[in-house]
Design a binder for this molecule. Structure first.
Ligand code: MEV
Length: 430
């Protein structure tokens, strides 16, 4: 485990070139030359290793890794690796984390790492008796589940409890939930193996027929939460009073709270940050996505994952969502880049990782709502997008920023304009 950085603020990090950023990582987080080599040029995952991860492998796909800065969570500084192709996501998190930091940082907590394994039971001759039999044989079923994974039980984790859900028309069935403590793993393999392991017992206890045996991605027993409390005076901008900004953020949240069309976009922004950390830490981001959106619809209407309210002179933001992530198992140990990024993040448990991800989601959402409720999203977005356009036009090295600046100044961030600028710069050089 790396030592905690004293300070997650690295002033001017974004202005440094790549070499200088790596020098900071070496000095502040003790990354070695070998670690930095893994990060450079997407060299981490070799294709012969990738070939062992999936089928029909033909290569390795690169994505940028950015470092989210300024986060202070429960009094601990964190720099957060984020893998994402969209400009402005890393900057947004870092900027809002800096504002929240000035207000004392985020607080957060996570539930115990309980996941749900589902066993679908059909054709029970007497459904009521079947439900009663499953509940009466709780200890036997849990023991059978834990026998599938004795190591897990030995580490103090494993199947803890069960519950039974009964569905009637139009599709009568009984569904057994195994509630499994997965410790610091996401747990998918163990959960599925346990669900499969108890199936014969479930059939013999009920006289029914088991069909599906699989985890649920609605991991609502394993939620993470984060909160921030920001005095409105910290939200002042050159063009807007902080109180106005805070009120705008609250109004933007209300829009997502009442309207699913807006909530989908609002939550997409939240997941911009959360997915980026999930990928950087080797977690199954599709699972986190599925859990988040199902949770957002838990009361029958799809709503915001966050809540923003102005309370007196303070803007209070909260987020809660399922966080089925692990710090051991899965691809966390297979991908060399992930191992280096984990050194930077330095979390000790899955619960801690979940809280970091929740705070990142809240920061991301705060940035989006602040921009949307004031100057609009396009100004900041387009300035960053200009670089991608310059790259797409064929610019390289220092020409990328030169052309991007030019595009922004012209207020015309278009591919053909970038191509024309590049052409004229090349002609001038020649
Ligand atoms: C873009 O990737 C995300 C936003 O649309 C989120 C939002 O609207 O809240 C800016």
């Amino acid at each position: 485990m790396t030592e905690r950085p004293v300070d997650a603020r690295i002033p001017g990090f974004y202005k440094l070139d790549l070499e200088a950023r790596h020098a900071e990582l070496r000095a502040r987080f003790g990354l070695t030359d070998a670690d930095l080599d893994v990060l450079a040029n997407g060299a981490g995952l070799r294709w012969d290793r990738a070939d062992k991860m999936i089928e029909n492998c033909i290569g390795v796909f690169g994505l940028p890794v950015g470092l989210g800065l300024n986060l202070r969570i429960n009094g601990v500084d964190r720099v957060v690796p984020m893998v994402v192709e969209e400009p402005s996501v890393v900057a947004a998190v870092s900027n809002m984390a800096r504002v929240v930091r000035d207000a004392g940082g985020f607080t957060g907590d996570a539930d115990p790492p309980i996941m749900i394994g589902q066993v679908q039971l059909l054709d029970a001759p007497d459904p009521e008796a079947a439900v009663a039999a499953l509940l009466a044989n709780r200890a036997l079923i849990l023991a059978r589940a834990n026998a599938v994974h004795p190591n897990m039980a030995a580490r103090g984790a494993g199947a803890r409890d069960l519950e039974v859900r009964r569905f009637d028309a139009p599709w009568p069935m009984i569904v057994l939930h195994l509630l499994i403590d997965c410790a610091d793993a996401m747990g998918a393999n163990a959960i599925n193996a346990m669900a499969e392991g108890v199936a014969p017992l479930v059939e013999s206890l009920t006289g029914g027929r088991v069909c599906l045996r699989i985890l649920s991605n609605l991991a609502d027993r394993r939620c993470a939460r984060a909160t921030c409390r920001v005095p409105v005076s910290l939200l002042d901008t050159p063009d807007h009073d902080g109180r106005e900004v805070a009120a705008g953020i609250e109004t933007a949240w209300k829009f997502a709270d009442v309207c699913p069309y807006r909530a989908a976009t609002h939550n997409k922004g939240v997941m911009n940050g959360i997915d980026a950390v999930a990928i950087a830490t080797g977690n199954d981001w599709r699972s986190v996505e599925a859990g988040a959106h199902a949770f957002a619809a838990r009361d029958g209407r799809y709503r915001s994952l966050t809540e923003w309210r102005v309370e007196g002179d303070v803007l209070v933001g909260r987020i809660e969502l399922p966080m089925a992530v692990g710090t051991v198992g899965g691809s966390t140990q297979v991908h060399p880049t992930i191992q280096v990024l984990r050194k930077l993040l330095g979390v000790d448990s899955a619960g801690e990782l979940g809280v970091v991800m929740a705070a990142v989601g809240l920061a991301q959402n705060m940035a989006a709502l602040r921009a949307l409720a004031t100057e609009g999203i396009q100004r900041g977005h387009m300035a960053l997008h200009a670089r991608s356009v310059a790259l797409a036009a064929g610019a390289e090295g220092e020409l990328v920023d030169r052309i991007a600046d030019d595009l922004v100044q012209r207020g015309e961030i278009k591919l053909h304009t970038a191509q024309a600028i590049l052409q004229s710069l090349r002609e001038a050089d020649a």
